[in-house]
Design a protein around this ligand. Structure first.
Ligand SMILES: Cc1ncc(COP(=O)(O)O)c(C=O)c1O
Length: 392
C-alpha cells in the first residue's frame, strides 16, 4: 500500500512487531505475570527510552494506553476552582477540549481560547497580556490533527514561564516526527501517543510530568500500583510520574513502544523531520498544481500532515476512491479540531500524512491519481452535478 495515513497510525517496523509477538508468545508459555517478570528489564527500559526521546528523566514518565488518558490523568486531578482560567489554543484536539469543557462544568473554571493570528498560530503578545494570577493552565498542541502547522511551542513556553500557569503540550503528532525536548519547550506536562509518527503499537501512549511540578497534586484515581496501602486506614501515593498509571497494562504493547522509540532514535529524529518535511513540501507543491485541489495547511512552519479538499468531491469519496487504489488517507471532520476548521468554513478535509519510508514516487503517483479524479469531476461538472454532491 501507499500509506499516507501516518498521522492516524503509521506502519510498525519489523523489530516492533517481533518484540510484541515475542512477549505474547512468552505470556502464552509462562503466564502473564511470569512473562512480565521475565521481561522486567525491557519494561523498565521503556521509561528510559521515552525519557531520552523527550530529554526527560525516567521518573518523569508515565506509560499510558493513549495520549488522551495521559492528559486526562493530569487534568482531572487539578484542584480547579470557580473563576480559574484555562487557556487553550485554537488547535486543540476534540478529546482534549471536551475534557476541558467537562472540567469547566464541574469546577466553574473558565476555558478561554488563546487569540491567534491569520494562520491560527497563537498570538504571543496577546497571550502574555491575558495571563494573570487566575491562569491555571495553558494548553497547546504542537502539531494539530488537521494540518501540517507546527505551533511555536518553545516561544509559547517562554511566555507561560513568566506566569504561574501549568504549561501542557500535546505532542501526539510531533513525537517521532519533530524534535521534542521538554526542557527546550519549557513545558510542565507533555503527552504523546505510540501509534502515529513513532510507529509503535496501538494502545500505547505516554505522559511526561516535570519533577516537582505536581508533587502536591494527588491523581484523581489511585490503585495499588499508584499508591501503597500503608495501613488499614491510609495510603501513600508514589512520588514519581507513575502515580498516574494503573497496575494493569498491555505489557507486550508497552515493550513494543520501547522498541519503536529506540528505532526512531536510531534513525534520528532530525533525519526523520528533514525527510518528512521534504516529502510533504513536495506533496503540497504537486497538489497545488492541480487546479481543483485546495491545500488547507497554514503557517510559516509546516510538517508531514497535508490537508486538502478536492473541488466538487466529498472528502469521504476521495478517501474511498484512493483506498480502492491501495492509497491510504484519512478524512478529518471539523468536529476533530472545531476551533481551527469551523471559522474557515472547512467542514471536512482529506489528510495525507507522509512518513520517512514513503517515497517521491508514491507522492507522484498520489498526485496523478488525484488529478485523474479532478478530471472526472470536470467532466461531470459540465453535466450539471452540484458542487459537493460527490461522485461515486
Ligand atoms: C493532535 C492530537 N492530539 C491528541 C490525539 C489523541 O491521541 P490518543 O488517541 O492517543 O488519545 C490525537 C489523535 O489523533 C491527535 O491527533
Amino acid at each position: 500500500v501507499v500509506h499516507f495515513n501516518n498521522a492516524g497510525a503509521a506502519l510498525q517496523p519489523t523489530p516492533v512487531l517481533e518484540a510484541v509477538r515475542q512477549h505474547l508468545d512468552l505470556e502464552a508459555k509462562l503466564g502473564g505475570y511470569e512473562a512480565a517478570e521475565a521481561a522486567s528489564g525491557a519494561l523498565d527500559d521503556v521509561y528510559g527510552v521515552v525519557a531520552a526521546l523527550l530529554g526527560a528523566n525516567p521518573c518523569e514518565i508515565a506509560l499510558m494506553e493513549s495520549a488522551t488518558r495521559g492528559l486526562d490523568a493530569v487534568l482531572y486531578s487539578l484542584p480547579l476552582e470557580p473563576g480559574d482560567r484555562i487557556h487553550a489554543s485554537t488547535q486543540e484536539y476534540a478529546s482534549s477540549f471536551i475534557a476541558l469543557l467537562q472540567l469547566s462544568r464541574r469546577t466553574g473554571a473558565v476555558v478561554e481560547v488563546i487569540p491567534s493570528d491569520a494562520d491560527g498560530i497563537p498570538d504571543l503578545e496577546a497571550l502574555e497580556a491575558s495571563l494573570d494570577e487566575r491562569s491555571r493552565l495553558v494548553m497547546l498542541t504542537h502539531v494539530p490533527a488537521s494540518s501540517g502547522t507546527v505551533n511555536p511551542v518553545t516561544e509559547v513556553g517562554a511566555v507561560v514561564r513568566k506566569s504561574q500557569a501549568l504549561y501542557v503540550v500535546d505532542a501526539c503528532q510531533s513525537a517521532g516526527q519533530l524534535p521534542v525536548d521538554v526542557d527546550v519547550i519549557g513545558c510542565d506536562v507533555l503527552v504523546g501517543t505510540g501509534r502515529k509518527y513513532l510507529r509503535g503499537p496501538r494502545g500505547t501512549g505516554f505522559l511526561y510530568v516535570r519533577a516537582g511540578a505536581l508533587d502536591s497534586v494527588e491523581p484523581a484515581t489511585l490503585d495499588y500500583h499508584a499508591a501503597d496501602w500503608s495501613d488499614q486506614h491510609g495510603y501513600t501515593v508514589r512520588s514519581d510520574a507513575r502515580k498516574y498509571e494503573s497496575f494493569e497494562c498491555a505489557v507486550a504493547a508497552r515493550i513494543g513502544l520501547g522498541v519503536a522509540v529506540r528505532y526512531a532514535m536510531d534513525v534520528g529524529v532530525s533525519n526523520i523531520s528533514e525527510r518528512v518535511r521534504s516529502l510533504a513540501a513536495d506533496l503540497r507543491r504537486r497538489l497545488g498544481a492541480i487546479g481543483a485541489v485546495e491545500v488547507l495547511d497554514r503557517g510559516p512552519d509546516l510538517c508531514g500532515l497535508v490537508g486538502f479538499r478536492l473541488q466538487a468531491w466529498r472528502c469521504s469519496d476521495v478517501r474511498d476512491r484512493l483506498r480502492g487504489l491501495g492509497i491510504h488517507t484519512w478524512v478529518v471532520e471539523a468536529s476533530a479540531t472545531r476551533l481551527d476548521l469551523e471559522p474557515r468554513d472547512v467542514r471536512e478535509l482529506v489528510r495525507a500524512s507522509v512518513h520517512y519510508y514513503n517515497t517521491e514516487a508514491e507522492v507522484e503517483r498520489f498526485c496523478l491519481e488525484l488529478a485523474r479524479l479532478a478530471l472526472t469531476t470536470g467532466v461531470l461538472a459540465v453535466h450539471g452535478l452540484p458542487p459537493g454532491a460527490g461522485v461515486n
